[in-house]
Design a protein around this ligand. Structure first.
Ligand code: 6PG
Length: 242
């Protein structure tokens, strides 16, 4: 188990280093077996990351792509995390659709979550009492220290059994479908990509405040994660000690 922070001068060099970490771990996994699994986040930050992953001309054969969370919109909606990845990564990199496992968030949220859990099980083939272990997971963080769609106060932050669920984000008055803490913590390699001064307070809280994921959800795998690498630009890291 290791948690490390890597700080870079600007969002572009931060995204580039994060891309190398993700692709490096996928390559290692594919050297050991026929397929690898990657879960990515949405929001605005991943766009630069995806562009670097495309520019790296990586061979995506065998990589199964999933999402950490999704908004309750159709796949062609500008707010869709799937659309972000489709436009900035899947299309440009030519990732075959059979390897793309999106969240059908246009459906009723609980149904979308259930369908996603079945899709994950069909690829991971994990047992009923087991959790799927992603080879690589890319997460972000909001300026309230939320990660995935686990917002402060969300009761499922204390869950360790379930794979994914529909959660109602009060502050957004919106349903979200999200992977749950047990799966986040089980990931073999996690990259948390955070850029921008508006995230500085949240980053300070995550690393300086007492462990309380219900208050600072991005702390969720600070203690029991596997390999958790934080990639921050100088703006996001400006209040971090040491
Ligand atoms: C989402 C994300 C979410 C994101 C943070 C940061 O669907 O919004 O997956 O967890 O990582 O909200 O978002 P930004 O990158 O837009 O700051």
């Amino acid at each position: 188990m290791s948690v490390e922070r890597h700080i870079f001068g600007d969002p572009r060099s931060t995204a580039e280093a994060c891309a190398q970490y993700i692709l490096g771990n996928l390559k290692q996994t594919l050297a050991a077996r026929e397929y690898a699994t990657l879960a990515v986040s949405g929001g605005s930050t991943p766009k630069l990351l995806f562009e670097h992953m495309v520019a790296a001309k990586f061979k995506w054969d065998g990589v199964h792509l999933f999402w950490v969370d999704e908004r309750p919109v159709p796949p062609d909606d500008e707010r869709s995390n799937f659309k972000l990845a489709q436009d900035a990564l899947i299309g440009p990199a030519g990732i075959p659709q059979r390897q793309v496992h999106r969240i059908h968030a246009e459906l009723d949220p609980p149904a979308a979550a259930e369908m996603y859990v079945d899709e994950i099980r069909s690829i991971f083939r994990h047992g009923p009492a087991e959790l799927p272990r992603f080879d690589v997971m890319q997460r972000g963080m909001g300026n309230d220290a939320h990660t995935a769609s686990l917002f402060p106060g969300e009761p499922l932050i204390n869950d360790r059994q379930k794979v994914a669920a529909a959660v109602y984000a009060e502050k957004l008055s919106q349903w979200r479908i999200t992977l749950l803490p047990g799966v986040l913590m089980a990931a073999h390699h996690t990259a948390v990509l955070v850029t921008g001064e508006d995230k500085a307070n949240a980053a300070r809280s995550v690393f300086a405040e007492p462990f309380d994921p219900l208050k600072y959800p991005a702390q969720v795998d600070l203690r029991d994660g596997m390999d958790v690498q934080w990639f921050l630009d100088r703006g996001a890291a400006k209040l971090l000690a040491g």
